[in-house]
Design a binder for this molecule. Structure first.
Ligand SMILES: NC(=O)c1ccc[n+]([C@@H]2O[C@H](COP(=O)([O-])OP(=O)(O)OC[C@H]3O[C@@H](n4cnc5c(N)ncnc54)[C@H](OP(=O)(O)O)[C@@H]3O)[C@@H](O)[C@H]2O)c1
Length: 249
């Protein structure tokens, strides 16, 4: 497939590498211009372009930008054809993104994104930490392969989302529609807790919308306390998964 990716951060750079390696034709952009995208990100065949070019003539557009940048990219996605599938990796952290009243009132994050962009989106790769995404993918059929939930409203969007997640080395689990996608948001049992396909359905069912925002904010505060300030120690690659399993499951 022809794939355009916006974002070369923790998640976007790994998606460029993995989707290119899987045989897709990948273009990628960040906010600063193609000359700032290093050869390490393009090592599997991805091509650095402007953000306008990344959103032109593609079958799939992957948005891997902070949630509060989504309104800025709406003019770019407005030029996509109706058949282009838009995949959103974003998550909402009020401390980072600023308060968004609709999401604070319970609207699923990716429904808010779909409204901002005025087109349907697929929610995928949001519920895996960047370290797990880059290190823990395995070929299909591997024992204990980790899983990633995918939510979408149309069959076509769902199929594309599930296929691409599999191409990045993870079992793709159909998590239902966008209106149910709060079940895979920060603070829920499946959120960045590195579950398998067998474990995923029970985790999605156990999500509690009244508790997950509180748990999300506790986890965010714990991460900030741990990472920031003088004398901060690197808590190790699995810190987030350990923290999230303790707080969310
Ligand atoms: N980090 C994680 O473990 C994780 C896990 C799952 C989901 N997510 C979600 O996925 C999204 C991306 O996360 P991240 O950690 O990869 O973020 P990040 O490291 O902060 O990177 C964000 C990227 O978005 C780019 N960007 C911002 N505005 C843009 C625009 N108008 N056009 C093109 N590119 C633009 C930035 O460009 P510059 O490089 O030029 O600044 C940067 O490359 C977030 O919504 C996050 O919540 C993150």
């Amino acid at each position: 497939m022809r794939i355009g990716i916006l974002g070369t951060g923790h998640i976007g750079q790994t998606l460029v590498l993995k989707l290119s390696a899987a045989g897709h034709e990948v273009k990628v952009a960040n906010s600063r211009g193609p000359e700032t995208i290093g050869p390490d990100i393009l090592a599997s065949g991805g091509r650095a372009v402007t953000s306008a070019e990344a959103m032109k003539d593609v079958d799939v557009a992957v948005l891997s930008v902070p949630l509060n940048c989504v309104p800025n990219i709406a003019p770019l996605t407005a030029h996509l054809g109706p058949d282009t599938v838009v995949v959103d990796t974003s998550n909402y952290y009020p401390e980072r993104d600023g308060h968004i009243d609709a999401i604070d009132s319970g609207q699923a994050e990716s429904l808010w994104v779909a409204l901002e962009l005025d087109r349907p989106v697929v929610k995928a790769w949001n519920a895996i930490g960047s370290d797990s995404l880059s290190r823990l993918g395995t070929p299909a059929g591997s024992p204990d392969r980790l899983a990633i939930p995918v939510a979408a409203d149309s069959e076509q969007d769902r199929r594309v989302g599930l296929t691409l997640v599999e191409d990045t080395g993870f079992d793709a689990v159909d998590a239902g529609t966008l209106s149910e996608s709060w079940r895979q948001q920060p603070g829920t049992p499946c959120y960045c807790t590195d579950l398998t396909r067998e474990e995923m359905p029970a985790a999605l069912s156990a999500a509690d919308p009244s508790r997950s925002p509180k748990r999300r904010d506790i986890a965010f505060a714990a991460v900030m306390e741990r990472m920031n300030g003088s004398g901060a120690r690197d808590p190790g690659a699995d810190f987030l998964v350990r923290l999230n399993r303790t707080l969310f499951m």
